[in-house]
Design a protein. Sequence first.
Length: 385
Amino acid sequence: MQTCCLRRDFAERRLWRGRLPGERRGDGPRAARTHHVSFRWPVLRRPPGCAMTQDDRPRHISVLGREAVAFLAPRAGGVYVDATFGAGGYSRTILGAPGTRVIAIDRDRTAIAEGFDLVDRSDGRLTLVEDRFSNLAQVCADQGVPQVDGVVMDVGVSSMQLDRAERGFSFRNDGPLDMRMGQDGPSAADVVASASETDLANVIYIFGEERHSRAVARAIVKARGEAPITTTRALADIVSRVVRSKPGEIHPATRTFQALRIFVNEELDELQTALTASERVLKPGGRLVVVSFHSLEDRIVKNFIGARSKSGGGSRHLPVAAQAAPSFMSLTKRPVVADEAEIAANPRARSAKLRAAERTDAPAHAEDAAFGWPILANVMRGGRS
């Protein structure tokens, strides 16, 4: 069967932001860690008049996509941040509103490269930025847009990342034990090789909610003393020897892999910081929409919106005058979940929860206290997690 041929060419692209090789998050001032360069990427283009084939269509489906954009309510001429670009599902829908502009962020360079075709078809209304979504306030400032009309984010790993064995996110296909969404920082293999047994147990328990975390950590430390653990299958086999599951239950390694992925990518740190950044960049009346996929993420979003939607007078510890005015108005009393039809079409939607809020004209609240979970940099240098 003859399929549409794709013509590969190299085009000068708009913007790249990130750290130089060897630099870590937190090294030096922000200005020293941000670099603006022009670079050339291989881009896939379809010849004019050539229809999109099944292989060309994006494999990733935006979970609760229709509901997310409905809550975002894009209006003509508005500027919106797609904080987790992925396959561009949200961006594509937002751009359907006349005159909208989208600033899309993704730390995954593959997602950025695969989004260039959408940039070409957006008539200059879509800007792709390679960065962490926790930096969205700085990204907007760099684009000359200090305030925006909406921020939408789909938190966690994408189907595209899970499906590619070479990315090392899944134990279902053997691949290198990587799990990094971006190109920088320690990999899951580095964590497994270097972290102490205590730190491993804490990471697996806190981020994976694995009740056998100590046994898993012991097994990992014993196995790495015999041979390096460098593949997803090797780690899954180690975990499966100490965590048992009954027929119909999730794979024994599921929670350990989730924990390492969240930890390696600092996903909870990123989410908490991104929510605070959204509060600073949203105009009064601007919308924040977040889709999360497990209880740890949803709890952070719920607590953030709840704390910033409260009016004064409810605390016995602070006088009314000392309490900040609500900076958000919650739009979702309970999280929005996928219906049966979407779950049947996309099983990943089963655990998704959507929460949304609208920015008021009150000043942004003070930043939240330090994170209460293990920190990647501390664990990797052998300090207290």
